[in-house]
Design a binder for this molecule. Structure first.
Ligand code: GAP
Length: 442
């Protein structure tokens, strides 16, 4: 973990937020390379959900959430963690995360602590007009269910996908970006006919494993964890967690839950007409009946299968898998981030051999702009004049290709292309660079 954290800071992936003022605990900023990696991971998820499935639609809902949404979802009452204080060191911990150095007899009785961030809405702060920063992206998918069904004419089964910020006032944020207070989720709510939920659940577990494999987190690095009944969230009939061996231990990367008809049922009016399976709180505030027409059985409240992944945890897993220290001849070594090309923050670096040679520099800029125009991600023109140093840097940040423009290029229009993983260099014509690049990156 320490080496990964150091690399992330040194190369501009991830910084502690407000570091110059001593930081803000559990909050991180994503630097020039971090934002590219994050965007690429989110784009891969969006593509696999929304673009590759005609029965999945996207949504980008508000972060500020009407408190009624979270009252009926159960968050106001149950989104809590047990908290204890250590009378000896004066620190506060989540009950299951007390360090060994604190003695049992020094701990207070656990108290429930609600993890939601509350904020004032409007100009008068008298405590009556407030909203929450959403603790999960899911709820606004449920409250928009009718809007999306009406505007897209969807029929079961179908899904609504969303990527966005979520906020939790974690008692003990820790392990770099693993447990933080501000993070992003990639959540799909997949609506199915009651009775089809168990098959759909199993099928999404398999699909999500394959997706992680395509991001460079192989299936054999993930363990499936059947969440025991007494640990299930209040809405869940069954949850399977994808557990990944993070640098600090085996922990949840993504949860895939069968949320039954709990959420739509909870946010619905006239609940007594809906034949709900889940036990829900009587809703006196909703103005919408969240059911959908199903050919065989009239109006039904669908069951929901929810694959929910954290972007930051995804980044940590992807970075951890990619981080490699390789021995080289002459007792040397190199750090290389073997990221999948579609996730790499920089797709290719174009490097002039000589910093001040106008012809070489101009040609390198032209190649950069031609590859950039392909729209496959960021290409950089790297004019350090030091090829060895550039290769080292691009190995460390995971750039799949380095293209060097030299004196031979001026004579015969060929460039040297160096592959990040094999370090092999091949000479190809400038005309071939686009095809070569596209094949490698796509
Ligand atoms: N909508 C369901 C839900 O929010 P969750 O298991 O609480 O379920 C889903 O969260 C995912 O969000 C987790 O698997 C994890 O990847 C991510 N996540 C949750 N809390 C997090 C935190 N404090 N920091 C970073 N990621 C978090």
């Amino acid at each position: 973990m320490d080496e990964l954290v150091a690399l992330c800071k040194r190369r501009g992936f991830i910084f502690q937020s407000a570091e110059i003022y001593g930081g803000l605990q559990g909050v991180y900023d994503f630097g020039p390379l971090g934002v590219e990696l994050k965007n690429n991971l989110k784009a891969a998820w969006w593509k696999s959900m929304v673009y590759e499935n005609d029965n999945i639609e996207g949504l980008d809902a508000s972060i500020l959430t009407n408190s009624l949404v979270l009252d009926y979802s159960g968050h106001t009452d149950t989104f809590t963690d047990p908290m204890v204080d250590c009378k000896s060191c004066g620190m506060r911990f989540r009950e299951d995360q007390v360090p060994e150095s604190c003695k049992k007899e020094d701990l207070t009785e656990p108290r429930q602590f609600n993890l939601m961030f509350k904020t004032n809405v409007g100009p008068i702060d008298d405590g009556t007009s407030y909203a929450y920063l959403r603790p999960e992206t899911a709820q606004q998918i449920f409250t928009n269910f009718k809007n999306i069904v009406d505007s897209t004419s969807k029929t079961l089964p179908f899904g609504i996908a969303q990527i966005g910020k979520a906020f939790r006032n974690e008692i003990t944020p820790r392990n770099f970006i693993f447990r933080v207070r501000e993070f992003e989720q990639m959540e799909l709510e997949y609506f199915v006919k009651p009775g089809d939920d168990e098959d759909a659940h199993n099928s999404w577990v398999q699909k999500r494993l394959k997706w992680w494999e395509a991001q460079g987190v192989p299936i054999d690095t993930i363990e499936l964890y059947e969440v025991p009944t007494d640990e299930l969230a209040h809405y869940s009939k069954r949850t399977v967690d994808l557990m990944y061996k993070f640098p600090h231990g085996l922990e949840e990367l993504e949860g895939i839950a069968n949320r039954t008809d709990f959420d739509l049922g909870s946010h619905s009016k006239k609940q007594n007409e809906l034949n709900l399976h889940a036990k829900v709180k009587l809703n006196k505030d909703s103005n919408s009946k969240l059911s959908i027409k199903n050919n065989e059985s009239g109006m039904v409240v669908p069951f929901v299968i929810e694959p929910s992944a954290g972007v930051e945890r995804g980044m940590l897993a992807v970075l951890n898998q990619a981080f490699t220290i390789e021995s080289l001849p002459d007792n040397k070594s190199r750090i290389v981030l073997k990221l999948k090309p579609h996730l790499a923050p920089i797709k290719a670096a174009i490097i002039p051999l000589k910093k001040n040679d106008e012809k070489i520099v101009d040609l390198a800029k032209k190649i950069k702009s031609k590859l950039q125009d392909l729209g496959l991600g960021r290409i950089i023109f790297e004019n350090t004049g030091n090829i060895g140093k550039s290769y080292r840097k691009h190995d460390e940040i995971g750039t799949p290709l380095c293209i060097t423009v030299d004196f031979e290029t001026l004579e015969n229009n060929s460039v040297t292309v160096r592959d990040r993983d094999s370090m092999q260099q091949v000479r190809i014509g400038i005309k071939e660079t686009e095809d070569f690049f596209m094949e490698k990156i796509q």
